[in-house]
Design a protein around this ligand. Structure first.
Ligand code: UD2
Length: 333
């Protein structure tokens, strides 16, 4: 009798133990997943999100943070990184990042990738697409979890203008064949650059462009737009919003697809008429963005140049072009 009652107690204890273990597993793993899907839940203290109260009267007054078509211009101090991350991180987004390293430009890849791992879209799924004619020279860089790199072979060229300009066509076809299935957003970046500080989800938008650091203090008639009416990139002297840098194009994959397709077609029309726009694809980009306004504009913090002294309104340099010896690095002068 005594033996049977001991067995019963052991069985009872075992059942209680199993329930406790299951409860522990549920609350530690599954409830955490559920909470991540609901970033702000006022009823549950554990999911409260604390951040500085937004203010409509106090903020940056030294820069303009909105375009006349009401798109944000992203400057340090105009967004809360903690809040932004809490909105975007639960969405489990994948960000495609294209970078061309043709000819000697392959030597810039190591710094570009290593600094991107430190500062670019940290905590997001990132897929780098490296386009090069020298796949064996692509450095091996340690990527953190959720980040991948594909190498795509492209032809070399003996004209830098062609390498730079053909990016539109190659990005367009790669979106069509691969990226459209693998990513939500895309950034197309220049390789001869390094990241120096956070470049995060505050930069995400439907169509994103960056203000070129060399021209944000100039009047529109001084912008180096294509000025010949015979070119499809033509912009008259009394038109234009900002001068956007060709070193960054971003947005939803489908919106960047349309942009690259249109610019590529216009580039080919020009080529058929023996015209090459003043700044190749950058000129076509500027023309496209004049009539298809970006939904978000990044300040020059997101595209600086190492040779340029920091100005007072630029509080943080996030991404900057390195100083390079053009004669040494380019296939032609
Ligand atoms: C400006 C633009 C650049 C592009 C170019 C016009 C900025 C800061 N830069 O830079 O985006 O619009 O004018 O053509 O706005 N590349 C190679 N191999 C080469 C040459 C170029 O891979 O031999 C690729 C590489 O990814 C490079 C990019 O093309 O970063 C742009 O070329 P660049 O950096 O020589 O052009 P740059 O400095 O005049």
């Amino acid at each position: 009798m005594r033996f049977t009652s001991n067995v019963k107690s052991y069985v009872l204890l075992l059942i209680v133990g199993i329930f406790l273990l299951l409860g522990y597993v549920y609350f530690n793993f599954f409830s955490e997943r559920l909470n991540r899907d609901i970033p702000i839940d006022e009823d549950q203290k554990s999911t409260r999100l604390l951040y500085k109260q937004p203010n409509v009267l106090v903020g940056r007054t030294d820069v303009v943070a909105v375009t006349p078509w009401l798109a944000p211009i992203v400057w340090e101090g105009t967004f809360d990184p903690v809040l932004v991350d809490n909105i975007f991180k639960p969405m489990n987004l994948t960000i495609a990042t294209t970078v061309f390293a043709v000819g000697k430009y392959v030597s810039f890849l190591q710094d570009f990738l290593e600094t991107a791992e430190k500062h670019f879209m940290v905590g997001f799924n990132v897929r780098y697409y490296v386009f090069t004619d020298r796949p064996h020279d692509v450095p091996s860089v340690n990527l953190t979890q959720g980040r991948h790199l594909s190498v795509i072979q492209v032809p070399g060229s003996n004209r830098w203008q062609e390498i730079s300009a053909r990016r539109m066509e190659i990005i367009q076809t790669t979106i069509e064949h691969q990226i459209s299935r693998e990513a939500d957003y895309i950034f197309c970046l220049d390789v001869d650059s390094k990241f120096h500080a956070r470049w995060g989800a505050e930069s995400l938008g439907r169509l994103v462009a960056v203000i070129h650091p060399g021209y944000y203090e100039q009047t529109r008639d001084r912008f180096p737009y294509e000025r010949r009416p015979a070119s499809t990139a033509y912009i008259p002297m009394d038109e234009g919003d900002y001068y956007y840098g060709g070193a960054m194009i971003g947005g939803f994959v489908e919106d960047v697809y349309t942009l690259t397709k249109v610019c590529r077609n216009r580039f080919e029309v020009d080529a058929g008429n023996s015209i090459e726009a003043a700044w190749q694809e950058e000129s076509h980009l500027n023309r496209y963005l004049l009539y298809n306004k970006p939904s978000k504009v990044l300040s020059p913090e997101y595209l600086w140049q190492d040779f340029k002294a920091k100005t007072k309104e630029v509080k943080v340099i996030r991404f900057s072009g390195v100083i390079k010896n053009y004669a040494e690095i380019r296939p032609n002068v």
